[in-house]
Design a protein around this ligand. Structure first.
Ligand SMILES: C[S@@+](CC[C@H](N)C(=O)[O-])C[C@H]1O[C@@H](n2cnc3c(N)ncnc32)[C@H](O)[C@@H]1O
Length: 252
């Protein structure tokens, strides 16, 4: 990667601004929110949470018996949805937050489903090269060194394997962008009170908007995927670009 590419400069700027937050604060935030994560997101999304998931699931194409990795799996929404669709899948989940995975494992077990869990930082995936048919990553890239994680995912995917990604993105339209951040600011205060967030989560309100403001639009994220070496990049934007869904393939 040339240091002068727009992706390199953006990643460097994000790193400078947020790396201490990513390393020191974020895990405490997810330990705090784990018990109410799913409920808070249902409220914050005005009931659209399950619709986001179903839109994302519509681009995740799996075949019986395939091996899938869900990166930053949180409470295992993706693994559960995939196993409910195709029970013969081998599903692995990785997340740095033991608290989020504990909730996720309980949710999977309650449905009689098995998901292998690894606790660790996804900037280094503890899996061999060319190992997974599909890797998924939902609602976490804003908190990551995106290019580095996309490269790691590329490494562990089999040739022809698919990477499916969904996240809140920076809308390309400045009017939508302003409305979006205004809504999120109000929402973070409201859910903080409603779910009695602890100090770690309450102190992240500013970071949450800042991270989004410095993140990629759907089109820019397609560029990051291509720069890493993925091909056949398909993108769907929801709600004027507030949410972006991508699918990309590792070259055979
Ligand atoms: C907003 S949650 C998303 C969870 C889940 N993917 C979903 O769609 O509901 C973000 C998750 O990313 C995890 N995470 C953030 N940074 C991470 C890192 N560097 N390594 C592993 N997990 C990380 C957090 O612990 C948290 O569970």
């Amino acid at each position: 990667m040339s240091l002068f590419s727009p992706v390199a400069s953006r990643e460097q700027a994000r790193e400078q601004r947020f790396s201490s937050y990513w390393t020191e604060n974020l895990n405490d935030v997810f330990t705090d929110v784990a018990p109410y994560y799913d409920g808070a997101n249902r409220v914050a999304s005005l009931g659209l949470w399950d619709w986001f998931l179903s839109r994302f699931m519509s681009v995740v194409n799996v075949q019986p018996g395939e091996r899938v990795l869900d990166v930053c799996a949180g409470t295992n929404a993706i693994g559960i949805a995939l196993l409910q669709r195709e029970s013969s899948l081998e599903v692995h989940a990785m997340d740095r937050s033991a608290a989020m995975q504990e909730v996720g494992q309980k949710r999977a077990r309650a449905r009689g489903l098995h998901i292998d869990s690894v606790i660790g930082d996804v900037h280094e995936l503890p899996f061999p090269d060319n190992h997974f048919d599909v890797v998924t990553l939902q609602f976490a890239s804003r908190h990551l060194r995106v290019k580095r994680v996309f490269e790691e995912i590329h490494r562990v995917l089999k040739p022809g394997g698919r990477f499916c990604h969904c996240d809140m993105l920076r809308p390309g339209n400045p009017v939508i962008e302003k409305l979006y951040y205004g809504y999120l600011r109000t929402c973070l205060v409201f859910t903080g009170v409603l779910f009695r967030s602890g100090p770690a989560a309450l102190n992240c309100k500013r970071y949450f908007i800042d991270a989004l403001e410095m993140f990629y639009t759907a089109e820019e994220l397609s560029g990051v995927l291509r720069e890493v070496g993925y091909r056949d990049v398909v993108v769907k934007s929801l709600l004027g670009g507030m949410i972006g869904i991508h699918r990309a393939t590792k070259t055979e």
